[in-house]
Write a protein that binds this ligand. Structure first.
Ligand code: KG4
Ligand code: ZN
Length: 356
């Protein structure tokens, strides 16, 4: 099971899919943003270990992720996070059948740390290297938590960098059917929170403040509600700013609650419509914003009304981790694909293109 090393192109290397089975162990590495994560997954779904080292403290005083700090922190953390992942899985390198790493999208310097480490390890062990699309991996995260989820499945991927509605017909085929035309949902939370003087990251801070606020206090806009499956959040952000400037005495908790209600109304409305369009049997949620308490509650209620199963993964599987990278890597290997050792990082990788 050796990948073909091609030094001139980034073509997909072939592996013998027949050798990939329930005992195949993939070491996964995730360094696309501010989490250094390494995991060991067997057979695509059996998580033997998943270690996540967050850099949140190093970035929070700057109010956002600083790319240069992220790259350096990955460089420092990766060796011991990897050692811990192997130790917790009770295996050594000799048991690793393939090494998978996020090749994009993300911060290029941060991605390169993980990609270089993964390629070096794969070369040294003489096993395949698998470049993984981070967004594709988020889809597999939900399946790690709920392997019996029924297809077709409508996946709502809401993170700091992305807002996507994805139709999955099975584990191997998916299609983006809706996305944000401007800010990502998490970005909207972070920007609104920053304006309201709440701590970074903004999502959890708004979630908490909203519990004390009145979500009907302000009727913020729900852009493009009946307009296809794409979403837009930049007008909402501007509406928050304008409202607070015009009403400096307004209670922050009420703004937070009304803002959160507007975001969740839009996401749930679009998810329901998309699920109907594709004849989904399941709606699954993923990405950091999937931790939002109102979104989880409302999506579960919408699923009950529509007669659909709703997969609300654990917090660990919603946020960035390497188990989902190893899992996505296993599925690529099972399709007979791996990556050549000259594959680089692609900070702008889209879902459904490039490494697929
Ligand atoms: O997926 P993630 O960990 O990182 C990437 O963007 O890839 O997502 C982070 C985002 C941040 O924007 C954060 O504010 C948001 O997820 N978030 C939340 C909540 N927890 C995290 N947004 C709303 N409510 C939350 N409880
Ligand atoms: Zn992510």
């Amino acid at each position: 099971m050796t990948a073909t090393v091609n030094t001139t192109t980034v073509e997909t290397a072939r592996v013998d899919a027949a050798t990939i089975d329930a005992s195949t162990i993939v070491l996964g590495i995730e360094t696309s943003c501010d989490e250094t994560a390494v995991a060991v997954v067997m057979g695509g779904t059996d998580v033997l270990s998943s270690v996540v080292s967050s850099q949140l403290d190093e970035h929070s005083r700057f109010g956002g992720v600083v790319p240069e700090i992220a790259s350096r922190a990955h460089l420092e953390s990766l060796p011991h996070v990897t050692a811990e992942a192997l130790e917790r899985a009770r295996i050594d390198y000799s048991r690793v059948d393939a090494v998978a790493a996020t090749v994009g999208p993300g911060l290029v310097g941060a991605l390169l740390v993980g990609v270089s480490a993964a390629k070096t390890t794969a070369l040294a062990l003489d096993v395949p290297f698998v470049g993984v699309n981070h967004l594709e991996a988020h889809l597999y995260a939900a399946l790690l938590d709920e392997p019996r989820a029924e297809f077709p499945l409508l996946f709502v991927l809401v993170s700091g960098g992305h807002t996507l509605l994805v139709e999955m017909r099975d584990t191997h085929s998916y299609r983006v059917i809706g996305q944000t035309i401007d800010d990502a949902a998490g970005e909207a939370f972070d920007k609104a929170a920053r304006f309201l003087g709440l701590p970074f990251p903004g999502g959890p801070a708004i979630d908490k403040a909203a519990l004390r606020g009145n979500e009907r206090a302000i009727n913020f806009p729900r852009a493009m509600l009946n307009d296809g499956l794409d979403v837009s959040f930049s007008g909402l952000k501007t509406a928050v700013i304008n409202h607070v400037r015009a009403n400096p005495q307004v209670a922050t908790d009420d703004v937070a609650a009304s803002f959160q209600r507007a975001v969740v109304d839009v996401l749930v409305h679009k998810a329901r419509r998309a699920a109907r369009d594709v004849g989904a049997r399941t709606i699954a949620l993923g990405g950091g914003v999937a931790a939002n308490s109102l979104l989880r509650r409302e999506l579960a209620a919408a699923g009950a009304t529509e007669g659909l199963a709703v997969v609300l993964p654990s917090r660990e599987m919603c946020t960035d981790n390497a188990a989902m990278i190893a899992s996505a890597g296993w599925y690529r290997l099972a399709r007979g694909e791996s990556s050549t050792l000259d594959a680089g990082a692609n900070p702008n990788l889209k879902l459904g293109t490039g490494q697929r």
